[in-house]
Design a binder for this molecule. Structure first.
Ligand code: MG
Length: 398
């Protein structure tokens, strides 16, 4: 299904505008014009094939300035009419040459529409003439009398608040708009009302409170807060680690928490698990909290022969203590032998277990060094690792 988007930005609404004349869709929101945010929400969606914006004829310069350099399948803007209904009809006719199967009609003043809402509307169009994002009414409804006191309580069962996008089969909504125009009906407040008038079947799918319509100053303030909470979930940091252990006599090695039979062992104060040591240092590096030797000195008899997953668990706990979480880890083992690949998935699940993260966030790789250097001469094993963690936003001194 070819999906086009029609963004209605022809309104003159200046109630929320900062400047004397700039309509709200061109006002800045979180460092970006409102219209640019609305366009980007759709340009970033994989199902959207064409975007048509309808603007007021006087706003051409504002439009160009707002969307300059924006990537995406944006068509040249068209001028709207005297009413929203006229503007949508102009946009639909402009989209005729794109010949989409479906069109999502969206108000530019809803810049925080999410991919989830867009998905739901497109999904419902598979089986309906139309589908709109909407929210069931949560508040009790009152009808006021002439004196400003309550005249009646209105039952709210089955009542929804309509949002946009409102999606339709393209040919059907175009025909409905043309028929309404021909019939001299210019009083519809949204496209679903026109579809309803034309006898189309329109589904209600859940919208989102986040998908708010910017009307007044308070809406802009709320939208700014929503953007801020979304855009700064924390701070991402990366650390790296490296470790080497020398071979000695023995019949097994520990690598990434897995015991592997081998004709040599690895020398070290603990179990000499070079993979776990490198990874522990990577995590400590990501949170700038020293290194493994500082927290578990080899001179300390407590760590003699210790299982190295203790060290890794301690590093992970230091991340948790800071309110952070580990995003992913990646370990590379450098050796000629033993062969790592048969143990790779056991290593990954062992690390995932110790770190308490999903196995898809854990990578273990291995390489030889082509017979070169100390690993090539089979004198020992080296390991390197990286770890990325997400920390809560903190001030520079902490
Ligand atoms: Mg070590």
């Amino acid at each position: 299904m070819q999906v086009a988007v029609l963004i209605v930005a022809a309104g003159r609404g200046t109630r929320a505008a900062m400047g004397p004349a700039a309509p709200k869709q061109y006002r800045m929101l979180g460092g970006q014009p409102v219209l640019a945010r609305s366009v980007t929400a759709y340009a970033a969606h994989p199902r959207v094939g064409a975007i048509q914006v309808v603007i007021h004829p006087d706003d051409r310069a504002l439009y160009e300035a707002s969307l300059a350099g924006l990537p995406g399948p944006l068509r040249p803007p068209v001028a709207g009419g005297a009413t929203r209904q006229d503007s949508v009809r102009a946009g639909l006719h402009a989209l005729l040459s794109a010949a989409p199967d479906a069109v999502l009609i969206h108000d530019a003043a809803r810049p925080l529409v999410g991919a989830d809402v867009i998905d739901r509307v497109i999904g419902a169009l598979e089986h309906n003439d139309g589908a709109i994002a909407a929210l069931p009414l949560a508040d009790t409804l009152k009808r006021s009398g002439l004196d400003g006191t309550i005249a009646a309580t209105v039952p709210r069962e089955g009542l929804w608040r309509a949002q946009t996008p409102q999606g339709f089969r393209f040919a059907k909504i175009l025909a409905a708009h043309d028929a309404a125009h021909k019939a001299g009906r210019g009083d519809f407040t949204d496209d679903a009302a026109i579809a309803e008038w034309a006898g189309l079947q329109v589904a209600l799918v859940p919208g989102s409170e986040r998908n708010l319509k910017l009307t007044d100053q308070e809406d802009f303030a709320l939208a700014e807060r929503l953007i801020e909470s979304q855009s700064s979930p924390g701070e991402q940091r990366t650390g790296t680690g490296f470790d080497v252990h020398r071979f000695k006599d023995g019949d097994h090695v520990w690598l990434c928490g897995v015991r592997i039979s081998h004709d040599r062992g690895l020398e070290g104060h603990s179990d000499a698990d070079v993979g776990l040591h490198a990874l522990t240092d990577a995590i400590l590096g990501a949170i700038a909290d020293g290194d493994i030797g500082q927290h578990f000195p080899p001179t300390d008899q407590r760590w003699a022969g210790a299982a190295s997953h203790l060290f890794l668990r301690d590093a992970a706990a230091r991340v948790t203590k800071r309110g952070g979480k580990i995003i992913n880890v990646d370990v590379t083992l450098l050796c000629e032998a033993p062969k790592i690949s048969p143990h790779r998935d056991t290593m990954r699940s062992t690390l995932a277990d110790v770190l308490q993260i999903d196995i898809n966030r854990v990578s273990v790789k291995a390489t030889t060094t082509e017979g070169l250097g100390f690993t090539g001469r089979r004198e020992g094993i080296a390991a390197m690792a990286s770890a990325t963690v997400l920390l809560p936003q903190c001030n520079p001194s902490s």
